[in-house]
Design a protein around this ligand. Sequence first.
Ligand code: CO
Length: 415
Amino acid sequence: MGTTSVTRRALIAGAGLAAGSLSLAQMASAQSQPGAQQASPPVQVPDDPTKVQGRPPNELGDRSPFEQPRRISNGSSSSRTPLDALNGIITPSDVHYERHHGGVPVIDPARYSLLIHGLVERPTVFTLDDLKRFPGVSRIMFLECSGNTSWGKGPDNSTAQTLHGLTSTSDWTGVPVSTLLKEVGVLPGARWALAEGMDAAVMTRSVPIEKLQGDALIGYGQNGEALRPEQGYPARLLLPGWEGNINVKWLRRLELGDQPFQTREETSKYTDPMPDGTERQFTYAMEAKSTITWPTPSIGAMPARGPWEIRGIAWSGMGRITKVEVSTDGGRTWAAAKLDDPVLPIAHTRFRFPWTWNGEDVILQSRATDEGGFVQPSREELVAVRGTNSIYHYNGIQSWKVAADSGRITNFYAA
Ligand code: CO
C-alpha cells in the first residue's frame, strides 16, 4: 500500500529541496542548534494519505512526530522555553520554562494543604478541595525568572531560547489570595507574609501584604488543566508581573508578620548589586522587554535574500505593551511593528514586522514600550545605571546580527 519508513530529518531535508528554500547544509545547521527540532524515531509515511485509513480516535493526543519543540535544560536547576519555535502568546505547558532550587517534588494532592497563620484572627488550613470551592478566576500572564538573559552576555550562537527562554505565558486559574485573607481575618499590623514552598529547598520569600490583597492568586490550573509539577502542582502563588522566584511553587504556608522575613532568597540571592557597592533589595517588577524570536541563530543563517516576516514577543510586568518598534539598521531608525491580538496586561504580546533582506550586514533589534510609558533601554543605558555586576532584571535591547552574503545570524552586543 505504498508506505515508506523515513526519518524526519530525511523527509524535511527533501521537503526543503523541493521548496527550493533551504539547502541541505542549512537544514543540518538549523537542526543541530540546541533546542531546535530533533530527529525523531522513524514514522510510517504513506505515499498518498488519501489511500490509507488514518488512525482511530484515542484518549490522549500527541504532537505530530514532525514537531518536537524541546526545552533546553542546564541539567540541574533550570530549563528554557523554545521561544524560537512557538507561535502566538501561550506557551505549551510541557515546554514552560523551569527554575527550581531543590528539584521538582512529587506531592499527593490528597495530602496537600495550605496553612495561613501569624497575624490573623483565625489561623486556617485549606485543603486543595477547599481552595477550589472558593470563587475562582483565570488570567493569562507571563512568568519570567529575574535571572533571565544572563545580563545579555550569551555566546555568539545564543538563540532567543538560550538567552531569553526563562519566560513563558500560561492561562492560570486559581483563587484570589484576597478572598482567603478575608476568610482568615488580617490583624492590624500585618504588613508582610512569608510564602513557603514544600519542595526540598523549602523556598521562602517575603511578600508585601498589599500585593496579596491586590491581584495575587493561589493557582491550581494551567492552560485548562491542573498545574504541571514543574510549575508548582498542586498549588502555587502567582504574583502578576513580579519576578518568577517570588511566585512560590508548591505553596504550603503563608505566615503574616509585621516586617519582611529576610530569607536567603532575598538577602544573598535575588538582590541587585549597584555600581556604588550597595545592593537593591525587594526588586519585584519585571520591566518592559522584548526580543525578536525569528530570525535568530536557531536557523543558522538567512536561507535567501528577499522578504521575511520578523517575529517576536514583548512583555511587561507593569501592564500592557502599547508599542513595539523594530530597527533593521542597528538602532538608527525605528518603525512600529504590528501587535497581534490579544494584547493583554502582563502577558507575552506577539509582534510582526515585514522586512526584506538585501544581502547586506544588518543588526536587527526590537524595543518595547508599556502603558506606563516605560521604554525598554539599550544595553548601554542599562549598564550606565546598573553597572555590569548584576545578574538579575536585565531587559536591555537585544541585537541580532545578520552577516552580509552568508546570512549567518549571531547574538551581537558591544561588550
Ligand atoms: Co528582583
